[in-house]
Design a protein around this ligand. Structure first.
Ligand code: OGA
Ligand code: MN
Length: 276
């Protein structure tokens, strides 16, 4: 155990979220540190490695030491994140990533974690922000914990697209409405017993609540969870390999131009806990 710890140098970047892990590529590829990295990820929400200069294959190999790589995510476990339609045909959908969200909100098992590696950066904008939704839940006043304990929210792809295209045409709405919606609890009680908040741009309405009240509550909780004390902002350097715990954080990219060339290579780890 002390051997494993000695190989990782964990530097916390803010009190509540975000750590840099300093280690070498051999340690990462060997899987020796996998348990420690997963623990750090769960506690800190976001971890990153700087200056490793790895290949796509090594990114996927590192991911495989941490969980189950989602194979249909692009070729060989690498999916290109770009807002340029010439690079990613789903660029329009990805524009929703500029607003607070967690990945896989419409799937039965939200992704466990996501690995993102910076291939090319935009000259301006394009940092990524993360907030710790475990910490945000823990700090809620008891009255709010009681209020939201049993509430459920319907998530939809359509809802997140109103952020991207506020005046969608009928055809656009009809297109996004083809994606099935999903009801999720606001409070996710994990198998560990810890609780996190599930909000974000796909969160449409609270089941059984008048619509104005529902919108106000979702905005109030998002404002709460994204206060500076729960947020880590990552300023990318080319080659950074960053991992977020998708079950205990939300994230958003800060605006950047679609033709800026910004490119990230993403690998997803499959969810291990269903959302009931
Ligand atoms: C994602 C995402 C943010 C970014 O890949 O799921 O939201 O900064 N990316 O590119
Ligand atoms: Mn995302």
């Amino acid at each position: 155990m002390s051997l494993t710890s000695a190989q990782l140098d964990v530097v916390d970047l803010t009190p509540r979220i975000g750590s840099e892990i300093r280690t070498d590529l051999d340690t990462l590829l060997s899987g020796r540190a996998a348990e420690k990295i997963r623990d750090t990820l769960e506690q800190r929400g976001v971890v990153f490695f700087r200056g490793l200069h790895i290949s796509d294959e090594q990114q996927v190999a590192i991911a495989a030491t941490l969980g189950t790589v989602v194979a249909n995510e692009g070729e060989e476990g690498i999916y290109k994140i770009s807002l340029d339609e010439n690079v990613n045909q789903r660029a329009k959908y990805l524009k929703g990533s500029l607003f607070w969200h967690f990945d896989g909100s419409l799937q039965p098992y939200p992704n466990l974690a996501t690995l993102l590696r910076a291939m090319k950066l935009s000259d301006t904008g394009g940092d990524t922000e993360f907030c710790n939704t475990y910490a945000a839940y823990d700090d809620l006043p008891q009255s709010d914990k009681d209020l939201i304990a049993d509430l459920r929210v319907v998530h939809s792809a359509e809802r997140s697209q109103y952020y991207v295209t506020p005046e969608m045409s009928y055809d656009e709405i009809a297109f996004w409405q083809k994606s099935p919606t999903k009801a999720c609890p606001i409070v996710w009680t994990h198998q560990s017993g810890r609780k996190s908040l599930l909000l974000g741009a796909t969160a449409d309405y609270v089941v059984g609540m008048p619509i104005e009240q529902s919108r106000a509550l979702l905005a109030r909780l998002r404002d709460w969870a994204t206060q500076p004390r729960y947020v880590y902002r990552h300023e990318w350097e080319v080659g950074d390999l960053l991992i977020w715990d998708n079950t205990g954080t939300m994230h958003r990219a800060l605006p950047y131009a679609a033709d800026s060339g910004r490119l990230m290579h993403r690998t997803i780890l499959a969810g291990e806990e269903p959302l009931n």
